[in-house]
Ligand binder design. Structure first.
Ligand SMILES: [Zn+2]
Length: 246
């Protein structure tokens, strides 16, 4: 049985019988894998805090012929959301859930992987969770090629610099003239400005970007609409976050 060692992000775990855990992880080189952590549910010792969602690990695992599940040998923690404190763990679960939704099995997704690692690192240096979440959603949808244009209205070609409305049926950003009145989510110019910055800076540099919590709140509403549209449901962790921050 070949032994592999790879950097990975833990996405989630669930129980397998009395004492084992199934671990879903996004490896850097070979995409999303599922592995069995023997004894992982019974004893926390062997894998320590390495199996929390969004933990960055170096994972040693064995592939088994004809079996989809790999066998996890051990994990070294390279970065953990547990050290970020506060609400970081809830946000970490949210990011990990979205990565899990979007990453196909056994298909390398290095850009998604790097997005996850960079956001984790930004969390650990204290970048605010709200702006990180909007950044993460923006890039996640962009990497899939489904983020609507933030530059020009698709109906009339006008610039969206002054703000836009996310139209709920087409899921485009329209200019205020083209948007049907009273429908859609208003996205102010400040939120679009934030996206323009997010397109160019690393998440660790987001702390220096000037954006109001009101603009981020409007962007959160627009992103929720886009995510539900593409996922067909609201992410579980997003509901938890909304209960924490109504
Ligand atoms: Zn227009």
């Amino acid at each position: 049985m070949p032994l592999h060692s790879s950097e990975a992000l833990v996405l989630r775990t669930y129980r397998l019988g009395e004492s084992d855990l199934i671990v879903v992880m996004l490896t850097r080189d070979r995409g999303k894998k599922r592995g069995v952590a023997k004894g992982g549910a019974r004893s926390r010792k062997r894998f320590g805090g390495a199996l929390e969602p969004l933990t960055h690990v170096r994972m040693a695992y064995q592939e088994r012929e004809q079996r989809e599940l790999v066998r996890l040998q051990d994990a070294d923690v390279l970065g953990s959301p547990l050290t970020a404190g506060g609400e970081a763990c809830t946000y970490a679960s949210y990011f990990a859930e979205l990565l899990d939704e979007w990453a196909p099995d056994n298909d390398p997704q290095e850009r998604l992987y790097r997005l996850g690692v960079a956001v984790l690192e930004a969390m650990r240096v204290g970048v605010g969770a709200e702006r990180l979440a909007r950044y993460f959603e923006y890039w996640l949808l962009r990497l899939q090629g489904v983020y609507p244009s933030t530059h020009a209205c698709p109906q009339c070609g006008a610039s969206l610099q002054g703000g836009a409305v996310l139209e709920p049926r087409s899921h485009w950003f329209l200019c205020r003239q083209c948007a049907s009145h009273g429908q859609g989510v208003s996205v102010p110019a400040a939120a679009l400005q934030f996206l323009a910055e997010a397109a160019h800076v690393a998440p660790a540099a987001l702390g220096g970007v000037n954006v109001s919590s009101e603009a981020l709140g409007q962007l959160a509403a627009a992103h929720r609409l886009l995510l539900v549209w593409h996922l067909d449901r609201e992410p579980r962790a997003a509901r938890v976050l909304r209960e924490i921050n109504p």
